[in-house]
Design a protein around this ligand. Structure first.
Ligand SMILES: *[C@@H]1O[C@H](CO)[C@@H](O)[C@H](O)[C@H]1NC(C)=O
Ligand SMILES: *[C@@H]1O[C@H](CO)[C@@H](O)[C@H](O)[C@H]1NC(C)=O
Ligand SMILES: *[C@@H]1O[C@H](CO)[C@@H](O)[C@H](O)[C@H]1NC(C)=O
Ligand SMILES: *[C@@H]1O[C@H](CO)[C@@H](O)[C@H](O)[C@H]1NC(C)=O
Ligand SMILES: *[C@@H]1O[C@H](CO)[C@@H](O)[C@H](O)[C@H]1NC(C)=O
Ligand SMILES: *[C@@H]1O[C@H](CO)[C@@H](O)[C@H](O)[C@H]1NC(C)=O
Ligand SMILES: *[C@@H]1O[C@H](CO)[C@@H](O)[C@H](O)[C@H]1NC(C)=O
Ligand SMILES: *[C@@H]1O[C@H](CO)[C@@H](O)[C@H](O)[C@H]1NC(C)=O
Ligand SMILES: *[C@@H]1O[C@H](CO)[C@@H](O)[C@H](O)[C@H]1NC(C)=O
Ligand SMILES: *[C@@H]1O[C@H](CO)[C@@H](O)[C@H](O)[C@H]1NC(C)=O
Ligand SMILES: *[C@@H]1O[C@H](CO)[C@@H](O)[C@H](O)[C@H]1NC(C)=O
Ligand SMILES: *[C@@H]1O[C@H](CO)[C@@H](O)[C@H](O)[C@H]1NC(C)=O
Length: 725
């Protein structure tokens, strides 16, 4: 294995995520009212009304080259435009010839929604510095040539966006228009986060493979004057032979200035068999007080000699530079890949990912360069045939915070994350072959209803460069190959964590496996501790043979059916269990510890006097007495089984007293039925009681006590090793 199994550059990977449609009712947040982003209202809202494909207008009579356009020749042979034409209404051209614009000539209908349609069996040739300007462009031809400085420009000339869409914000905050991505909003309502505030909403997801919707105008800061930038237009090119593009094809949103939001990008759909040139294709959001969202581009080109630059990023927000418009969507039909790229424009505004096709699946989904995407539909399944890649500041959110009662599925060949974040509100069931993280975080916020997340990677899971997987609920991590926490800062932690079925687990230096979380809040699903039981939970001696996450069991961190376990970092938990492991090596820098993670009270709790002096916790031995002005404060009793111990240590005091200490937890390796075959300890395996004031305990015991009145120490916990001599 190469030392760097993946060197993730922003440009090397194509990501594919396929989201399978889910038959369940789909609830998303948002209302049709003024504040369409209110998080407190849950409404039905179809984000992707099916837009019927627009019928081409070619049933109208064709215009004439000489009479209507003042050109030379005819559309059935060769029509040459030698001087610019200003149109005020739609133009339809049909013929079996060629159309040429000589250098510097423009064919323009700069009216919102003005339609220029050309259906020629010859070519469309633009000259140097020439341009075709309209709201909507629909070209059918054998070839099209757009040289340097020439443009096909529908920027800010959108007609009406599809019905029932809310791409134009109805507020007067100067928010950006939405389309492929949401428009930004610099206005944050009281009690909300910037993440919860957006401008115009996204639409036409269902048509992203063949986009054909106008962008939307940005919002204004005035009721009377529409300051917002216009939405981007629509471009459809069906080129049977070659598109030669060194100039620009644009459907950008218009600029809203400082009094209005940027318009959202429009739609560009290009079908051709060949492409040449290094021009630009752009359906980006317009800049404005708040930036517009990107539009939608789809290209279906069989053979590409060069790669044009394709942009669908959001527009810049003059009013809040950290929150630009959200990226739109780029669909590349030949590999069937979806790309969401915000060109490093930072944003807190989302691009919505809705249902994904089943058959065939999309190949890769790539989210990169500060794009932020959300899978808002509850019970969604995200399935990709190849890679799902999140690179260079990408953020992917499943569900809506703080509503955590949904379960999401993620299926792909590979999940690659570099400098990126996945946030899950609810539970996640992931199934991939390879899961590679580089300086990335996966955070799962569960609720009592959907407590268990399962991450499965059949071949490999690697965390590098301070990558963290964290769940405030139950988490199972499975695989048949290697789980590698490479080194410093790499961590997997959950309230209850089970790692199972791997061939090998490596906990590298300064990396951490932990269950439960330190500093868990009341919202988190705390594992129940049997602090008042004197006898042993039977699963510690006779654990179930399956390795399933099971909340009724007392384990907080279990490693089950893993052949080889190497610990050079920290494995930390309250009830740690190694079940059916072959070899366990604790390297000199490594530790397996349940110290200070047992009970604060417990069977052997030390007495606490009314003035806060405490006796020590008892367990294997009696806790020492505290003394206050000569009066003894009793330490805790001894309890448990000397030969087969499996009890939590006890603390001094109880849960309600901040200034108390906890006993040690439990570490069990092997079981009555399956002993460990090899354990080598060069570092430490410990289950000490907590000393008062000690840091790193799981209680916040930072309370200082100036009076010199202290609680007692916690008692040691349990270490039980089943061993064949
Ligand atoms: C384009 O013109 C050809 C004839 O030149 C016709 O057969 C075809 O249907 C037209 N395409 C559209 C979309 O109208
Ligand atoms: C088209 O209109 C522009 C301004 O709107 C003007 O500068 C140009 O001369 C006009 N061209 C023609 C051919 O009328
Ligand atoms: C082009 O169209 C014209 C009129 O529709 C027809 O007369 C001519 O034969 C066509 N030429 C070719 C090469 O198809
Ligand atoms: C289209 O361009 C190709 C070469 O790029 C050329 O061979 C072909 O004849 C052109 N077709 C037409 C109708 O001009
Ligand atoms: C367009 O400009 C290029 C150089 O930029 C030049 O080579 C070419 O001849 C020009 N085309 C015409 C038709 O003038
Ligand atoms: C397209 O037209 C808009 C509005 O006239 C203009 O601002 C923009 O620069 C043009 N785009 C290109 C690429 O020429
Ligand atoms: C394409 O866009 C990039 C970035 O905006 C710009 O640097 C480049 O000059 C553009 N290319 C053309 C052909 O306009
Ligand atoms: C985005 O940032 C990355 C990392 O800093 C850089 O490699 C890449 O070139 C940037 N991309 C753009 C479009 O600015
Ligand atoms: C991951 O979370 C940590 C804090 O928990 C933060 O310091 C780090 O920047 C995050 N990484 C990314 C890529 O956002
Ligand atoms: C696993 O991590 C160790 C360092 O802890 C490293 O030496 C090894 O190359 C890593 N293996 C893989 C496959 O990432
Ligand atoms: C837990 O909280 C304490 C005090 O707030 C803090 O010092 C400590 O770093 C926290 N530990 C973790 C792992 O977050
Ligand atoms: C959890 O463990 C208990 C006790 O061993 C067992 O009765 C129960 O069936 C288990 N539940 C699951 C879902 O495995």
């Amino acid at each position: 294995m190469a030392s760097t199994p993946f060197s993730l550059s922003c440009f090397l990977f194509l990501l594919i995520i396929v989201f399978l449609r889910n038959p369940n009712p789909r609830f998303v947040f948002g209302s049709e009212e003024e504040n369409s982003n209110s998080l407190s209202i849950l409404t039905w809202h179809d984000y992707s009304p099916p837009t019927p494909p627009s019928p081409p207008p070619f049933d109208l009579p064709s215009s004439s080259c000489e009479d209507d356009l003042g050109g030379v020749g005819s559309f059935d042979s060769h029509c040459k435009l030698k001087s610019s034409v200003n149109l005020t209404e739609d133009l339809y051209v049909e013929g079996n010839g060629t159309l040429s614009l000589l250098d510097g000539v423009s064919l323009a209908c700069p009216v919102a929604g003005c339609f220029v349609a050309v259906n020629l069996s010859g070519s469309i040739r633009l000259g140097n510095r020439s341009s075709i300007v309209a709201g909507r462009v629909y070209f059918i031809a054998a070839n099209i040539t757009v040289p340097v400085d020439a443009t096909v420009n529908t920027t800010a000339l959108a007609g009406d966006p599809p019905e029932h869409t809310t791409g134009t914000p109805s507020t007067t905050k100067g928010d950006g228009g939405g389309h492929g991505g949401r428009g930004a909003s610099c206005f944050v309502k009281e009690g909300q986060l910037p993440e919860d505030s957006w401008g115009g909403d996204a639409y036409s997801w269902a048509r992203l493979e063949k986009p054909d919707s106008y962008g939307s105008r940005g919002g204004s800061t005035s009721r009377e004057v529409k300051y917002g930038g216009g939405g981007g237009g629509r471009v459809w090119l069906k080129i049977s032979d070659t598109i030669d593009l060194d100039g620009v094809i644009s459907a950008d949103g218009g600029d809203g200035g400082t009094d209005g939001g940027g318009g959202s990008g429009g739609s560009i759909f290009i079908v051709a068999s060949k492409m040449k040139g290094i021009g630009n294709i752009s359906a980006s959001g317009g800049n404005g007080l708040a930036g517009g969202g990107g539009g939608r581009v789809s290209i279906n080109i069989f053979s590409r000699h060069d790669t044009p630059d394709i942009y669908v990023h959001g527009g810049r927000s003059y009013g809040c530079s950290e929150n630009n418009g959200a990226a739109g969507t780029l669909f590349d039909a030949v590999p069937r890949s979806l790309i969401v790229d915000n060109q490093n424009l930072s944003t807190l505004t989302d691009t919505l990912l809705l249902d994904f096709p089943y058959q065939p699946l999309w190949t890769n989904v790539l989210v990169r360069n500060s794009a932020k995407v959300v899978v808002p539909l509850l019970w969604s399944r995200v399935q990709v045939q190849g890679q799902l890649s999140l690179l260079c500041g990408a953020v992917m959110t499943f569900g809506l915070f703080p509503y955590a009662n949904s379960e999401f599925e993620l299926m792909a060949e590979e999940l690659l994350m570099s400098d990126s974040i996945i946030k899950v509100s609810g539970a996640l069931r992931m199934s991939v072959k390879m899961f590679l993280m580089w300086n990335s975080n996966m955070t799962i916020i569960g609720s009592r209803d959907v407590a268990t997340s399962l991450l499965e990677a059949s071949n490999l899971i690697v965390l590098r460069e301070s990558s963290v997987i964290r769940s405030n609920a139950n988490l199972g991590v499975h695989g048949q190959g290697l789980l590698n926490l490479t080194g410093r800062g790499d961590m997997i932690e959950a309230q209850r964590l089970i790692l199972s079925l791997f061939y090998s687990i490596n906990v590298g230096p300064e990396s951490i496996l932990r269950g439960p979380l330190l500093n868990a809040s009341n919202e988190d699903m705390a594992p129940r501790l049997n602090c008042e039981l004197q006898d042993c939970p039977t699963e510690l001696i006779h654990p179930p043979e399956d390795c399933n996450v099971n909340s009724s069991l007392s384990f907080t961190l279990q490693i089950c059916r893993v052949e080889d376990i190497g610990v050079a970092g920290l494995v930390q938990g309250t009830v740690i269990h190694f079940h059916r492991a072959r070899t366990v090596v604790v390297h000199s820098s490594g530790a397996i510890s349940s110290s200070g993670l047992g009970c604060k009270g417990g069977v052997g709790r030390g007495t606490i006097s009314s003035n806060g002096v405490g006796g020590g916790g008892g367990h294997g031995g009696k806790g020492g007495n505290g003394f206050y002005r000569g009066t003894p404060v009793e330490g805790g009793i001894t309890y448990g089984h000397a030969a087969l111990p499996c009890e939590l240590g006890s603390g001094s005091g109880n849960d309600s007293i901040k200034a108390s200490t906890a006993g040690g937890g439990i570490i069990v390796m092997g079981s009555m039925e399956h002993s460990l075959s090899s354990l080598s300890v060069y570092g430490s395996v410990k289950s000490d009681g907590e000393s008062y004031g000690e840091h790193g305990g799981w209680i916040n015991n930072a309370v200082t006590n100036d009076s010199g009145v202290w609680p007692g120490g916690g008692s040691g916990g349990t270490i039980l090793l089943f061993y064949t001599l």
